[in-house]
Write a protein that binds this ligand. Structure first.
Ligand SMILES: *[C@@H]1O[C@H](CO)[C@@H](O)[C@H](O)[C@H]1NC(C)=O
Ligand SMILES: *[C@@H]1O[C@H](CO)[C@@H](O)[C@H](O)[C@H]1NC(C)=O
Length: 273
């Protein structure tokens, strides 16, 4: 099974490398699909259509919303855009995410896709309103930094955790310390307290796992956090292949954990930045 999973992951990874999007806000980060499947033409199929259509229709007006299938109360869906971005960015991102879901997770009872500026998830696994700090994707990169840079990173991430979450739209937070910037975003179904807890877990992952890297990002089930050096030490500036390997290993670990624990995700794929 593990060998099959690895092969699937590699296939997806290679596939995704060839369809990298130029538009940064719709750039692919990760996706996961449940193992359970539904039949074409079934009540569940029309429920998935309904939920995804509602999501697409809502994206031009608000950065977060959730929907339940009219025929099946256990089937829910939601989307979350980075809540500091305008609808002109949110809407195309959500449309692109739905297109990715339809191709990557075709017939899967549940699926999630994270693009740069938005997240879309649907399924019947009761995820709505629940905290989830499972690590789904993690990546450290940029030019090698210093102990001083790592201290600034810790302080920038600490500022995110300490910041009172804005009441609306999933609580986008941004902060900085010296030469390091940081941001975080929760999914809007979390309470302000659950969002703070999730950001705190994300910050802890980055502090513990990114060494002296000058940029990093971690995506948990219900929030994500990123940091980068002001000097432009982003991921694209150095060693893409090496960064990719870091991400790949961790995603694979996350996949194994998810598979063992609750069988939610059949596959998770790292991004090509
Ligand atoms: C979710 O839906 C799929 C497809 O209809 C089904 O196989 C699965 O048992 C359902 N899971 C739950 C928890 O209801
Ligand atoms: C789901 O959407 C409904 C209707 O907009 C809203 O009242 C509810 O608070 C939302 N639930 C969550 C968990 O976000």
């Amino acid at each position: 099974m593990a060998t099959f999973a690895t092969a699937t992951l590699l296939t997806l990874l290679l596939l995704l490398r060839t369809i990298t999007c130029d538009d940064d806000s719709s750039a692919f980060v990760y996706a996961g699909c449940s193992q359970g499947r539904y039949a074409s033409g079934s009540r569940y199929a029309s429920g998935v259509d309904s939920v995804l259509t509602s999501i697409a229709n809502s994206a031009p007006s608000t950065p977060y919303a959730n929907f339940t299938a009219p025929t099946d109360a256990s089937l829910a869906g939601l989307y979350q855009c980075r809540s500091d971005l305008p609808a002109s960015v949110c809407f195309p991102c959500v449309r692109a995410a739905i297109a990715r879901l339809s191709s990557l997770c075709a017939w899967a009872a549940g699926g999630a896709v994270q693009l740069r500026a938005c997240f879309v998830r649907y399924g019947n696994d009761s995820f709505l309103g629940k905290q989830d700090t499972t690590v789904l994707f993690k990546k450290c990169g940029g030019a090698p930094g210093t102990a001083g840079g790592a201290a600034m990173r810790d302080s920038a991430l600490g500022a995110l955790v300490a910041e009172a979450a804005p009441p609306e739209g999933g609580g986008y937070r941004a902060g900085g310390s010296g030469g390091v910037q940081a941001m975080s975003q929760c999914v809007g179904d979390l309470s302000a307290k659950a969002c703070s807890d999730c950001v705190s877990a994300a910050a802890a992952q980055l502090k513990a796992g990114c060494g002296y890297a000058s940029a990093g990002e971690v995506y948990l089930g219900k929030c994500y956090a990123r940091f980068w050096g002001n000097g432009g030490g982003g991921f694209s500036s150095s060693g893409g292949a090496r960064d990719g390997l870091v991400g790949f290993g961790l995603v694979h670990a996350a996949f194994v954990a998810a598979f063992d624990v609750d069988s939610l995700y059949l596959s998770l794929s790292p991004a090509e930045f």
